[in-house]
Design a protein around this ligand. Sequence first.
Ligand code: NAI
Ligand code: MG
Length: 355
Amino acid sequence: MATHRIAVIPGDGIGKEVVPEGIRVLEAAGRRFGIDFAWESFDWSCERYAETGAMMPEDGLAQIRSHDAIFFGAVGFPNVPDHVSLWGLLIPMRRGFQQYVNLRPVRLMPGIPSPLAGRAPGEIDFWIVRENTEGEYSSIGGRMFEGTDDEVVVQESIFTRRGVDRILRYAFELARSRPKKHLTSATKSNGIAITMPFWDERVRAVADEYPDVRTDQYHIDILTAHFVQHPDWFDVVVGSNLFGDILSDLGPGVTGTIGIAPSANLNPERAFPSLFEPVHGSAPDIAGRGIANPIGQIWSGAMMLEHLGHADAAAAVMAAIEGVLTTGPRTRDAGGTANTIEVGTAIAEAVASAR
Ligand code: NAI
Ligand code: MG
């Protein structure tokens, strides 16, 4: 039996409510498919920050460096500025563990009404591949003459050939593995006239290695419109850190509730643990009431199973999610009245009886 050591970071708010449901379903999948998990929990969070002044211990990364994966809930709470929680925990893990791929599915699921009229499950099914370590989210820059009329603020974008090529290669490989073999690149080489032409150039160079993949590109502005009007056009969409960030909220947004959207922060070389988390945050507005939708966390668990080499168990979790979305129980955001634990338990039971 394979044993996987998983670092569990529930974080803040509803993270602490949905992570146990993710574990409940993964345990059910483990029993059904012969996978053994060793869960180790870490209290890294805004709560910890409020007590100690740090989101995680100084040697935090070293403590979880040799775990097989990180199962993450959400961080952020009104008493701590968002840039502190982000740069104090998530970004150090993404960068320190070279999780240069942020991967999110955009899939219209049964039982979830899409804000887009006239779309049925199966019509929208694509992946967003976001560059996760460089690009526009750099810490290079500064501020001068602060608070005066002469104030100057600069933040540089960083695009390296290594960084761009490796995210493109990941996206092309993913496109190649899918029936449509179609890759779309998000660009803005008309307005951002230095880094984005470079990005386009690397897309053409890497595309030469994948003649079986059909490649196209759109400027980010019209691409966001196409996401709404023609989401059926897409198969794999790759973008820089900023463009990917925007697209990867828009995609789940047009397919329904943010409560079911999952994501993975991947180190494809597996030199470091990858991190699996729902797209949503800590939702302070509903935290503590037991009504959060656990499906984003549970679906993230399915992505973790896939990454750990258990495609059959991942497929069983997905089938269980689809089944429960169709028949209920559902949480309020998905039009039902059930609580977090009821939905988690129903999905775990469906996994247990998977054939
Ligand atoms: P949010 O995702 O926490 O909430 C947005 C809205 O969606 C809220 O109305 C919330 O109730 C609802 N919602 C979110 N998840 C839900 C679920 N599972 N079930 C039902 N409803 C759900 O985003 P918001 O409000 O912008 O941020 C709150 C905090 O979370 C902030 O501190 C922010 O920095 C942090 N955050 C953390 C993220 C992370 O840990 N990766 C990602 C996004 C935000
Ligand atoms: Mg985002």
